[in-house]
Design a protein around this ligand. Structure first.
Ligand code: ASP
Ligand code: MG
Length: 454
């Protein structure tokens, strides 16, 4: 595999694909069925990260014991199924003890840094167990601590990767190991300059896989999860949703950004940048195939999919002083940038601007994005109205802003609903609107019926 022309694939398995011994066995089968897979990126076993996040918030002794027991139970059950558990029992137990110690510390004083240190243990343990699952089949597999290469900022809970450092370190440290054997490493976690553990945000393992694929110039990134690919909308909301076999990067990126849960929103950035196809499939039923996300697809349809994102906050800012109107938007964005807040949708009028913020996704304790200091700062500039509990529905497609009749087809369906905001025209791949959270599923079902089930 030292030959640079040989194809390589990074395979990532999500929490349900490493939830227990059976799931790990299925995932191992998939890894071994494709000799191009040289690097495996894993999430924590399903449920573990949630328990760890709860512990990191600081629980009293009794509550702590309940969570710790639940974690030990999940990991020991996998350990018990190994042919030779003694090889790694000590190491797994050391990590479990670490969790208990850190959880006790969190009960005294929580911090974002401590939270990331604590939650990283889920991925550290799942990867140790998976290496053993492979080794007992006689496979030459080695465990690799991804923090050696995944350098990030120190924004705990939502750390940003240092791409230049990652590229150099991955070539130095990972590439040679991948030439020797299969390498198993952690998704989601990283390391800042001072050596403290960071995380890339909930669900960040997909992003890790794509970043490593980019750094190592692999030919494909496979994301194995518990759904058989990307659907026209969430099948739990609309049972008639259909699997999409092939989808373009832009469309899939819009879907992930606007709430389709299949991929972490940032996952496709490295894939697009480096033109690496991403496959999404179910580790339980690999024979069912999945969705291939790639640069171009044949005959891209006008309407591709509907995505739904809940927990949206709408900020409406009314400028108090028209004299300042010239620099008003610049000032608003300056303030938002200083608070590291990213804006999703925006519409403006003469004296006001409305924008939406996403308030989900971080592991950081109390990270509601909309901090008091931000509101205070904005209030000195303008009158601020905050509306919570909204949902963003995004219609994803191709040439949406140029095709005629889109408005009629879409807005006709939406007539009975209270639409709070519409964004149309900035991208030819999406048309977004904000609706009350309680109406969101209805809106999606109705649109799906009219645009996708005819
Ligand atoms: N284990 C982490 C989480 O649950 C990361 C991931 O699964 O991608 O958010
Ligand atoms: Mg996941």
């Amino acid at each position: 595999m030292t030959n640079t022309h040989s194809r390589t694939v990074v395979a990532k398995f999500g929490g349900t694909s490493v939830a227990d011994y059976e799931a790990m066995s299925h995932s191992a089968d998939i890894v071994l069925s494709d000799s191009h897979v040289r690097l495996v990126v894993l999430s924590a076993s399903a449920g573990i990260t949630n328990y760890l996040v709860a512990l990191a918030a600081g629980l009293d002794a009794a509550e702590r014991e309940v969570k710790l027991d639940a974690i030990r139970h999940i990991q020991h059950r996998i350990l018990a199924r190994l042919q030779n558990p003694t090889v790694i029992r000590e190491e797994v137990d050391r990590l479990l003890d670490n969790i208990a110690t850190l959880a006790e510390a969190a009960a005294l004083a929580t911090s974002a840094a401590l939270t990331d240190e604590l939650v990283s243990h889920g991925e550290l343990i799942s990867t140790l167990l998976f290496v053993e699952v492979l080794r007992e089949r006689g496979v030459n597999a080695q465990w690799f601590d991804v923090r050696k290469v995944m350098r990030t900022s120190d924004r705990f809970g939502r750390a940003e990767p240092d791409l230049a450092a990652l590229s150099v370190l991955a070539q130095q440290q990972l590439a040679p190991r991948m030439a020797e054997s299969l390498v198993i490493t952690q998704g989601f976690i990283g390391c800042e300059d001072k050596g403290r553990t960071t995380t890339l945000g909930r669900g960040g393992s997909d992003y890790t896989a794509a970043l490593l694929g980019e750094a190592l110039s692999t030919d494909r990134v496979d994301i194995w999860t518990d759904v058989t690919g990307i659907f026209t909308t969430d099948p739990r909301i609309v049972p008639a949703a259909k699997r999409i076999d092939e989808i373009g990067f832009e469309e899939a990126a819009e879907m992930a950004t606007f709430g389709a849960k299949v991929l972490h929103p940032a996952t496709l950035l490295p894939a697009v940048r480096s033109n690496i196809p991403v496959f999404v499939g179910s580790s339980r039923t690999p024979a069912d195939g999945g969705t291939l996300v790639c640069a171009s697809t044949e005959n891209p349809p006008l309407f591709r999919a509907l995505a739904l994102r809940r927990n949206q906050t709408l900020l409406t800012l009314h400028s108090l002083n028209m004299l300042h109107a010239r620099g008003f938007l610049a000032e608003v964005f300056g303030i938002l940038a200083r608070h590291s807040i990213s804006v999703d949708l925006i519409t403006t009028s003469e004296v006001s601007v409305a924008l939406t913020l996403d308030t989900t996704g971080s592991t950081a304790v109390g990270d509601t994005l909309l901090t008091q200091s931000l509101l205070t700062e904005l209030s000195s500039l303008c009158r601020v109205e905050v509306e919570e509990g909204l949902a963003l529905v995004a219609l994803i497609g191709n040439n949406l802003s140029r095709a005629s009749g889109v408005g009629k087809e879409v807005f006709g369906v939406l007539e009975p609903f209270n639409i709070r905001m519409i964004c149309y025209g900035a991208s030819s791949h999406n048309l977004c609107f904000l609706v009350p959270g309680t109406e969101a599923e209805n809106v999606v079902s109705k649109l799906h019926r009219n645009l996708f089930e005819q």
